[in-house]
Design a protein around this ligand. Structure first.
Ligand SMILES: Nc1ncnc2c1ncn2[C@@H]1O[C@H](COP(=O)(O)OP(=O)(O)OP(=O)(O)O)[C@@H](O)[C@H]1O
Ligand SMILES: [Mg+2]
Length: 308
């Protein structure tokens, strides 16, 4: 549904986005991560036909972002929650949405239906007649989300949609994204919140001007290779480590001897064998678990690797 091939944007001497290639399937939630200035917003702007690309290709559905006549079709297909919200502040929440609905040529009935649906879903229906300028940051953010959805777009671009939200509102928006996903909409999500991305995204890309990695959350977590099997013992037993260290070269024990750490290739698959081996060697097993490297560990490693 969204495809970028060698997509590049230069601002004068500065390369903001460097030959980025990825694809997002229909109905997928795609998380776009990267440090400040990595080029996330610039990428979204190119995909939404808001700025022109310098080179490479990008398509939304069957349409090419660089073709004038296609960009009209793309604008109909997509909804955008921009990084700076930009509402008509003197107008009420309802009128802000109504204005957008008119721009998209929606009938009055459709507009009313859609406005009520989204304002209600985002907890703003009661505030529909209040001028948007008096809204708090989070309320404006939610109104911008409603605005992006008013014409029922197939593809939704969200640039840090939960950045200004309190934890409860952020959860409302996350749940809302999951609802949209059930409706098979394709969602492109820029975020700095790794936890959020891990929860809602099917696929993640890490950008640092260049694309550093893409994959499912689990694939990215596996990338730094830090997933280990941790065996808790009921009592310390040095003999266990001694007899197993040949078979399991990565084996280490915690200073108190109560926790053994194994580093096999396939941690989940190896748990039963490891537990059996520990028991055979005389260890009394109290717990067994796989401790994965987190998405944060992968992210930091990839972003740092680039810096070094
Ligand atoms: N209109 C512009 N003119 C010149 N430089 C720009 C312009 N827009 C963006 N840039 C530069 O491009 C780079 C990428 O910026 P961009 O806003 O895409 O980053 P980002 O990943 O969205 O960062 P953040 O996480 O802070 O939102 C930055 O160095 C920025 O200064
Ligand atoms: Mg940005």
């Amino acid at each position: 549904m969204i495809e970028a091939k060698g997509l590049t944007k230069k601002f004068g001497e500065l390369t903001a986005v460097d030959a980025v290639t990825f694809s997002v399937a229909e109905g997928e939630v795609f998380g776009f991560l990267g440090p400040n200035g990595a080029g996330k917003t610039t990428t979204v702007r190119m995909l939404c036909c808001l700025i022109s690309k310098t080179s490479g290709e990008a398509r939304i559905g069957d349409y090419d972002v660089s073709k004038e006549q296609d960009s009209i079709k793309i604008r109909q297909m997509i909804g955008v929650v921009p990084d700076n919200v930009g509402l008509y502040e003197p107008l009420s929440a309802y009128k802000n949405l109504d204005l957008y609905g008119r721009l998209y040529g929606m009938t009055e009935m459709k507009r009313r239906e859609s406005i009520q649906r989204y304002l209600t879903m985002l907890g703003l229906w009661e505030k529909r007649d209040v001028p948007a300028g008096t809204f708090s940051k989070g309320m404006k953010q939610k109104l911008a989300i409603a605005r992006a959805l008013i014409h029922d777009p197939e593809v939704l671009f969200m640039d840090e949609p939960t950045a200004n939200l309190d934890p409860e509102s952020a959860k409302t928006v996350r749940d809302f994204i999951m609802e949209l996903k059930k409706e098979k909409r394709t969602i492109f999500l820029n975020s700095h919140n790794l936890d959020e991305v891990e929860k809602v995204c099917d696929k993640i890309a890490i950008l640092n001007t260049k694309l550093m990695a893409t994959g499912t959350p689990a694939e990215l977590e596996g990338m730094v290779g830090a997933r280990k099997v941790m065996i808790g013992l009921a009592q310390a037993n040095g003999a266990v480590v001694e007899s197993l260290s040949k078979k399991y070269p990565g084996l280490t024990a915690s200073p108190d001897g109560m926790t053994l750490t194994f580093a096999p290739k396939d941690p989940e698959g190896q748990i039963p064998d490891i537990v059996e081996a520990v028991v055979r060697a005389g260890g009394r097993v109290r717990s067994a678990a796989v401790e994965g490297s987190t998405l944060e560990a992968t992210y930091l490693q990839l972003v740092r690797r680039d810096a070094s």
